[in-house]
Design a binder for this molecule. Structure first.
Ligand code: NAD
Ligand code: MG
Length: 396
C-alpha cells in the first residue's frame, strides 16, 4: 500500500485536528511529515510528540523557542521553524506528497500555491486562497501536475457527483447543467435583519450544524461563506457563474448536488462531519473509514430546500457581484471581509456593519486584471487598508 506523506498547514485548527483524527486511525496509510500553526504552541507540541513530523512551523521566534523547549524536554527530533517563508519550506522540503491546506484566510495563499506548483496532492480547505488567486492557482496546479481535491464539504460533494473524466476535461461538461451548493443558512436564517444589530461573536459562532473555526462560523452567519464557495466552485469546476446556484437546506445532510441534462440530479449526503470529505481527499480514489457515524435517514424528520433571500444576506449578493466583475474583485471582497470579520470578533464592529465594510471597500478599490501574484498581493494590501479605514469609522 502506498503510504501518503502528509503536511498539514494549520494543524491546530478545526480542519487540522479533524485531519489528524482520520490519520490517527490509519497509521499504515499515512505518515505526517510537517505540521504548522500560528499560535497554539502547546497543542502543536502535543501533535508533534504524537505524530513525530520532520518539520513544525509556528508564526514567530517566541513561539518557536517555546515549542523547541517543549519538544526537547521529550527528546523529539522535529525541526522547529518559524515565519511565513517556513510554511513554504514545510511544503517543499519535508518530503511530503500530500498537503492539507487548512490555514484560514489569505495567510494560506503562498504555501498553498507552493504546493500546487510543486505537484503535490493538494487537499484544499483554505477557500480564501482560491478566491484570491483563482486563475493563477488553477494554472499552478496544471503546471505542477498534482491532484486537487476539494475538502470544503459542498465542493467535495460536487466532486463526488461529477463523472471521473470531468476534472480532466473541464471544457466539455459531460451533460452537467448546474451545480447546486447547499447552505444551512447559519444561526440567523429565520431572524429578520432588524433583530441582528446586537449580535455578539458568541451568537454568530454558534452554528446550528457544524463546529468550525471562528472566522468561517461568522462567514456562515452572514452567508459570505456561501458567496466565497460560489467563487470557489467557479474555479474548481469551470462552469459559468450562472450555472452555480445556492439552495438553503437547513438540515445540512445533502452537502451539494449536480443537475444533469437528462433530468438526473446527483446528491452526496452524509452527517455534517468534515472527517468525511477529509478522508475522501486523503485516500482518493479509495474510501477509508472516517470515524463518522452512519446517516440514518429514517431518523430524520425531513429534508427541506428553499431559495435564499438575498436581501437578508447582503454578503451573498456582494460575492456574486464580485465574482461577475472578476479580475481582482474577489480578492478585494475577501480582504475586506477578513478585516471586517476580525473587527467584529475582536474590536466591537457591529455585526450588521460587516457587509457595509465589504461593500464600501469594493466601491473604493478599483478592480484590475489578476494577472500576477504581485498584483493580487498588492490589491489585497490596499483593500485591507481601505477596509480598516471604514471599520474605524463604524467603531467610533
Ligand atoms: P481555524 O481557525 O480553526 O484554524 C486555522 C488554522 O490556521 C490554525 O491552525 C491556525 O494556527 C492557522 N493560522 C491562522 N492564521 C495563520 C497565519 N497568519 N499564519 C499561519 N497559520 C495561521 O479554521 P478552520 O475552521 O479549521 O478553517 C480552516 C480553513 O478551512 C478556512 O479557510 C475555512 O474556510 C476552511 N473550511 C473549514 C471548514 C470547517 O469545518 N472548519 C469547512 C470548510 C472549509
Ligand atoms: Mg462549505
Amino acid at each position: 500500500m502506498l503510504v501518503r506523506q502528509v503536511a498539514i498547514l494549520g494543524s491546530t485548527g478545526s480542519i487540522g485536528v479533524n485531519t489528524l483524527d482520520v490519520i490517527r486511525a490509519h497509521p499504515n496509510r499515512f505518515k505526517v511529515l510537517a505540521l504548522t500553526a500560528a499560535t497554539q504552541i502547546e497543542r502543536l507540541a502535543a501533535q508533534c510528540l504524537e505524530f513525530n513530523p520532520r518539520i513544525a512551523v509556528v508564526a514567530d521566534a517566541q513561539g518557536a523557542t517555546q515549542l523547541s523547549q517543549l519538544l526537547q524536554a521529550q527528546q523529539s527530533s522535529t525541526q522547529v521553524l518559524y515565519g511565513s517563508q517556513a510554511l513554504i519550506t514545510a511544503v517543499t522540503e519535508s518530503g511530503c506528497d500530500t498537503v492539507m491546506a487548512a490555514i484560514v484566510g489569505a495567510a494560506g495563499l503562498m504555501p498553498t500555491l507552493a504546493a500546487a506548483k510543486a505537484g503535490k496532492r493538494v487537499l484544499l480547505a483554505n477557500k480564501e486562497a482560491l478566491v484570491m488567486s483563482g486563475n493563477l492557482f488553477m494554472q499552478a496546479m496544471k503546471e505542477g501536475g498534482g491532484e486537487l481535491l476539494p475538502i470544503d464539504s459542498e465542493h467535495n460533494a460536487i466532486f463526488q457527483c461529477l463523472p471521473d473524466r470531468f476534472t480532466q476535461s473541464p471544457s466539455d461538461h459531460f451533460g452537467v447543467e448546474e451545480l447546486w451548493l447547499t447552505a444551512s443558512g447559519g444561526p440567523f436564517r429565520d431572524l429578520p435583519v432588524s433583530s441582528l444589530s446586537d449580535i455578539t461573536p458568541e451568537q454568530a459562532c454558534a452554528h446550528p450544524n457544524w463546529v468550525m473555526g471562528r472566522k468561517i462560523s461568522v462567514d456562515s452567519a452572514t452567508m459570505m461563506n456561501k458567496g466565497l464557495e460560489v467563487i470557489e466552485a467557479f474555479w474548481l469546476f469551470g462552469l459559468p457563474l450562472d450555472k452555480i446556484k445556492v439552495l438553503i437546506h437547513p438540515q445540512s445532510v445533502v452537502h451539494s448536488m449536480v443537475r444533469y441534462r437528462d433530468g438526473s440530479v446527483l446528491a452526496q449526503m452524509g452527517q455534517p462531519d468534515m472527517r468525511t470529505p477529509i478522508a475522501y481527499g486523503l485516500a482518493w480514489p479509495e474510501r477509508i473509514d472516517a470515524g463518522v457515524s452512519q446517516l440514518n435517514l429514517t431518523q430524520l424528520a425531513s429534508l427541506s430546500f428553499l431559495e435564499p433571500n438575498f436581501s437578508q444576506f447582503p454578503c451573498l449578493n456582494l460575492a456574486f457581484s464580485a465574482a461577475s466583475i472578476g479580475g481582482t474583485a474577489p480578492a478585494i471582497l475577501n480582504a475586506a471581509n477578513e478585516i471586517a470579520v476580525a473587527a467584529f470578533l475582536d474590536s466591537g464592529l457591529p455585526y450588521l456593519k460587516i457587509p457595509q465594510v465589504v461593500e464600501r471597500t469594493l466601491d473604493a478599490v478599483a478592480p484590475i486584471q489578476a494577472d500576477s501574484l504581485e498584483t493580487i498581493l498588492q490589491v489585497d494590501g490596499l483593500a485591507r487598508d481601505t477596509a480598516r479605514h471604514f471599520v474605524q469609522r463604524f467603531i467610533r
